[in-house]
Design a protein around this ligand. Sequence first.
Ligand SMILES: Nc1ncnc2c1ncn2[C@@H]1O[C@H](COP(=O)(O)OP(=O)(O)OP(=O)(O)O)[C@@H](O)[C@H]1O
Length: 386
Amino acid sequence: MPSFPSSGASPQKQQHNARRRQLIRQQRKSLPIASVEKRLIEEVRKNDTLIVVGETGSGKTTQLPQFLYDAGFCQDGKVIGITQPRRVAAVTVAKRVAEECNDQLGKKVGYSIRFDDSTSNATRIKYMTDGLLLREALLDPLLSKYSVIVVDEAHERTVHTDVLLGLLKKVQHSRSIYANKNGKILPDIQHQSQYFTLKACQGTKIDPLKLIIMSASLDAKCFSDYFGSAKAVHIQGRQYPVDILYTYQPESDYLDATLVTIFQIHLEEGPGDILAFLTGQEEIESLDRLIQERARQLPPQRSKIWTTPIYSSLPSEQQMNAFKPAPAGTRKVVLATNIAETSVTIPGIKYVIDPGMVKARAYNPVTGMESLIIIPVSKAQALQRR
Ligand SMILES: Nc1ncnc2c1ncn2[C@@H]1O[C@H](COP(=O)(O)OP(=O)(O)OP(=O)(O)O)[C@@H](O)[C@H]1O
């Protein structure tokens, strides 16, 4: 939780808070993105659309909005909006950034997802799902309260993200016309729909909309072409080195292989929590049962494993358990679907097991129906899981 200089806090608590703030400052400084802050801001000033590609963990999601805020992009009460494909990412990142700003969630930094809105009039850095921004655009077609919109994890290419990108391109166009005409609606506006949208905003000061498209693994050229040769910036480096170990042969039963690997790590490797990627609730529950059974057969001092699931249909409060630290001497094993793949940082994870499968929606042209099928992950997804 964020810490505040509270007169009521005990000296130990104040000391703890000061140490935590110091640690967060150091963590922020050590992120690869910290060394390119100036350059990024210059590029955003020069270009209306910017594509930012950087390794997972380089600090894009948490730091760039803070750089933009510090550079004055929230003057005149404007808001920086950051979209995420998943609710859990919007919530956890907003909490982290509020803590980094040493502020209460819902003040300078907040999140807004369907049925849960932590923002207030003071919010200037707003994390939200892409679906939520689409809904906002129905009420305010120029998205006039935003100075910058950051579309994060654009490589996911969900229907919402793709529709949003098309819509944002139009919004940018309308806003630049409006800004160039000093807010006057002139009769030379061709499309009626554009005319009415602009007319509704007559008298309000509207600047061009800055758009930033981000990911660790997107095909920058494809996005750049779509946005009229938009500039792409690559951020080099990651926060921690990663060793990647593969199985010699493909595993026919990846669930069993995951179980074996979890116990190999637990019994043979040093401390650190484990994150295993599975395809859905059923697999997660069945692996959870198998882990409990096997753990019961271990000697008491080695049986301390705490499993915690995270998948989209799990209630939000239960999803948050995955972010809690394990009791001392216990190893946490997070069993997750691809919900934990992007923009979600689970503290304490040292080992990641990726069987390389995902449950995806697929259209069957023979039956004319959509169904969920288990398929190998894309390269982009595999990169995100590292
Ligand atoms: N909820 C959190 N709790 C603790 N630390 C966090 C949290 N979120 C982020 N961090 C820290 O901030 C660092 C940068 O995370 P950030 O999400 O900004 O990176 P990113 O480049 O956007 O990665 P990705 O491509 O996976 O979204 C992480 O490596 C971690 O050290």
